[in-house]
Design a protein around this ligand. Structure first.
Ligand SMILES: C[S@@+](CC[C@H](N)C(=O)[O-])C[C@H]1O[C@@H](n2cnc3c(N)ncnc32)[C@H](O)[C@@H]1O
Length: 302
């Protein structure tokens, strides 16, 4: 899965946006980045300096929208050379540094939108009381075998779960990288109970804006994602010195930062462009769209 995802994001075809396979929030409207910039301004108030580090920046839209609001020192950690080229092109006028590893000694905020959901997962199933990992034969047949790494999952008999051990490693890296400051992650996911209540796990693929359940077709040509288990991020964070300050739906989060007031302004202006923007902004907060599926986690290292 790691190799397939690496290939997918390295392909010359842009995966994100109208010509790609899926939209992300920054694609819908710049308001998403502008409201996040407000959050960063609040965070920066109590700190002597404030650097932003974005993980997996896609087309660079979020960086552009944040930096257009306020010019924070800004680093991007991006693995795909293709995505990085797009980011460099879009962000030419801003002072952005690209890094290959999370640097030590950061005071500020390490953040991401839809980063944790694209990390490779371990697919496990409970059989006769024990957890088994699902592997693939060369001709793409699933076979069950012993776990590669220790996994402790409260999974009912016969149920499948997609366990993101990489996410836990990233949380530890983030905690080590921060001298003082915040971690903010926006992604779709659940808390533990709901996460393990999904009978067939949460692995899903996207191709040309259609959800595809079979991950063994169009290999390397379609996006593969899995919901984030936010309880894991909170627990691993707590063990690594990150205290959870906030966990909420994207709808509640953006409402708290004034998205409804922005929408009201557009509604009263009434022109065609404002109406188009309004429709896209609604997707950010409507429960049936991104509003409830997406969650915002804010952690703090004193
Ligand atoms: C789903 S896209 C989200 C892009 C962007 N944050 C947005 O909201 O539009 C995931 C991004 O993470 C990057 N990525 C995936 N795995 C990564 C890794 N291990 N290290 C750094 N970047 C990674 C991908 O290349 C891509 O830019």
């Amino acid at each position: 899965m790691e190799e397939v995802l690496r290939h997918y994001y390295a392909s010359p075809r842009n995966p994100i946006g109208a010509d790609g396979d899926f939209y992300t929030a920054p694609d819908l409207d710049p308001i998403f980045g502008r409201l996040l910039a407000k959050q960063f301004e609040q965070m920066a108030e109590g700190l002597e300096s404030f650097t932003l580090v974005e993980l997996g920046a896609g087309k660079g839209l979020l960086a552009r929208d944040i930096l257009s609001h306020r010019r924070f020192p800004y680093m991007i950690l991006e693995r795909s050379p293709g995505m990085r080229r797009r980011q460099e092109e879009l962000l030419k006028e801003f002072d952005v540094t690209w890094v290959d590893e999370l640097p030590r000694g950061i005071t500020g905020c390490i953040f991401s939108n839809e980063f944790f959901d694209v990390l490779p997962v371990h697919r496990v199933v409970r059989r006769d009381g024990a957890l088994k990992e699902i592997y693939l034969t060369e001709d793409f047949q699933e076979v069950e075998g012993e776990l590669q790494e220790a996994i402790d999952a409260p999974l009912a008999e016969g149920r499948i779960a997609d366990i993101n051990l990489e996410a836990r490693k990233w949380i530890r890296r983030i905690a080590e990288s921060l001298d003082r400051g915040y971690h903010l992650a926006i992604d779709y996911g659940y808390l533990r109970e709901e996460f393990y209540a999904q009978p067939r796990g949460t692995l899903m693929c996207y191709w040309q804006h259609q959800a595809v359940e079979n991950p063994y077709v169009r290999i390397g040509e379609q996006d593969i994602t899995a919901h984030v288990n936010f309880s894991d991020l909170m627990e691993e964070g707590a063990a690594a010195g990150l205290e959870t300050l906030r966990f909420s739906s994207q709808m509640d989060y953006l409402t708290g930062f004034g998205i409804l007031e922005e929408m009201e302004k557009l509604a009263t202006s009434g022109d065609a462009l404002s109406m188009q923007r309004l429709l896209k902004m609604k997707k950010l907060i409507l429960p049936g769209s991104m509003g409830e599926r997406f969650k915002v986690l804010v952690q703090w290292k004193k």
